[in-house]
Design a protein around this ligand. Structure first.
Ligand code: UDP
Length: 454
């Protein structure tokens, strides 16, 4: 018997180009990766998203047993998430109609898996009408952002009506769904306190990462700790890692005309939550002159990317303008070269619910220097695969970056331990945990249905 999942990502398509805008990053990658993993294992996954371009077909097959379905709700144009709530009801009606009319969907869905509060709000009436389990992932929570002073660019201003609506609905969703998936214990604890939820209402399942795409390179194209890698001595392993690092560095030097200075890397959406200003201040405070590659944003946009221009100006004022490069967003398939080439990935985020880029860099054998926030504390282990430093302190970041760049033994040790430290995020393992949760919820539902027949 086939299992059908209706996945909803209302505000952003899983196929949206990553890192180019503030609305496409880790969540899009997660949905794609999870759907691929479920499809590979025999489940049917329909991902529903709002149509934002007129030319997109209603149904697109995007992988084995995976369909992407665009539903028209509101203007057919890109809209920021804060403007989408008025169209949630229309999205729900369109989805219900699609499920009635479509040849394949007519068999019915076994479970709803929603991402971000708008999708969960759209799914609540459907889960009731279809009497199927509803699993959600918030990815970010407005009240937690507000607590961190991140909900508004000007933290002293009162919350906007759109933010208040979101807060109200997130509370309702948290108490109505069958399970909330959180990526770390820390996130679970925060939600538990915020909404008075019991621990069994949540399931901690970390995000998965494609470990066959993100590798340290060199001889190794398979996950690193598998195959015959164990037969290499520690010295051989380091030589291979260093060779792959130098090879990638030569490629980037030629492509971007970098100088010979040590290379620090940022990868992500150019969003204030990522603390890129702090990163620039940290680089400017270092004793060792280093160059910084800021991957993200869209410099090809007509008129340029205002956030890149603002950061470029800030780098200039800090006196490091000639050492900071803004190549724009890079397709994920090319990112392994960037990670391998870097001496460290630096994550100065003010908050991260998980932090996929940290896992991707480690999977490529590159140490991570990070702020101890959110999910990063479950990925980066100080002195093992990277360095953790004080939050929001450029001086503390600068000190740890100097330490990493001057201590060769430390850097090599972190490099050697990077890949093994993230094998646990392999999609197969994470997929098993998601499947186990689905099975548990659908079995429980069938059991209740059977009991209520008497
Ligand atoms: N990403 C990318 N190209 C870019 C910038 C980002 O492919 O130019 C991807 C990156 O590989 C990662 C995701 O976008 O998988 C960012 O996820 P993360 O969890 O680090 O941040 P979020 O977007 O969730 O805040």
């Amino acid at each position: 018997m086939c299992f059908r999942v209706a996945m909803i990502s209302l505000h952003t398509s899983p196929l949206a180009p990553l890192g180019r805008t503030r609305d496409a990053g880790g969540m899009n990658v997660y949905i794609r990766g999870l759907a691929r993993e479920l499809g590979r294992d025999g489940m049917y996954v329909d991902i529903f998203t709002r149509r934002s371009q007129p030319e997109t077909p209603t149904v697109e097959r995007i992988g084995e047993r995976i369909r992407l379905i665009h539903l028209t709700a509101g203007p057919v144009a890109p809209l920021p998430p804060g403007e989408l709530f008025p169209y949630v009801g229309e999205f729900t009606r369109r989805l219900a109609r699609f499920a009635q009319d479509d040849e394949e969907a007519r068999h019915g869905y076994d479970l709803l898996h929603t991402h971000y509060w708008l999708s969960a709000a759209a799914a609540l009436p459907l889960a009731n009408a279809w009497d199927i389990p509803h699993v959600t992932m918030f990815h970010t929570v407005e009240r937690l952002k507000a607590q961190q002073g991140l909900a508004s660019a000007t933290p002293d201003l009162p919350l906007t009506p759109a933010q208040l609506i979101r807060i109200e609905h997130e509370g309702r969703i948290a108490n109505s769904v069958d399970r909330i998936i959180v990526s770390t214990d820390h996130e679970g604890e925060q939600l538990r306190k915020l909404y008075g939820l019991s621990a069994c209402h949540m399931r901690v399942i970390p995000c998965g990462v494609d470990l066959s795409a993100f590798t340290p390179g060199g001889l190794c194209s398979q996950p690193f700790a598998t195959r015959d890698d164990r037969s290499f001595s520690a010295g051989d392993l380091l030589t291979r890692l260093e060779n792959a690092h130098h090879e990638a560095r030569a490629t980037l030097d030629a492509r971007l005309r970098l100088s010979g200075l040590p290379l620090l890397l940022f990868v992500g959406r150019l969003d204030p939550i990522k603390g890129i200003d702090l990163l620039l201040e940290s680089v400017a405070s270092m004793n060792i002159p280093a160059q910084l590659l800021v991957v993200g944003g869209d410099p090809q946009r007509p008129g340029g990317d205002p956030e890149i221009e603002r950061l470029r100006e800030w780098a200039g004022k800090l006196g490091i303008g000639d050492r900071v490069y803004f190549p724009g967003a890079i397709p994920q398939a090319e990112l392994p070269t960037y990670y391998r080439a870097a001496d460290a990935l630096v994550v100065t985020s003010r908050y991260e619910s998980f932090g996929l880029v940290a896992v991707e860099a480690l999977a490529c054998g590159t140490p991570v220097v990070a702020a101890p926030v959110g999910g990063l504390t479950s990925v980066v282990r100080d002195g093992e695969n990277g360095l953790l430093t004080r939050w929001r302190s450029p001086a503390a970041f600068a000190e740890r970056l100097d330490e990493l760049l001057t201590d060769d033994a430390l850097r090599l040790r972190l490099r050697a331990q990077a890949r093994p430290s993230v094998e646990r995020f392999d999609w197969r393992r994470i997929g098993d945990r998601v499947r186990a949760l689905y099975a548990e919820l659908t079995t429980a539902r069938r059991h209740i249905a059977a009991c209520s027949c008497f």
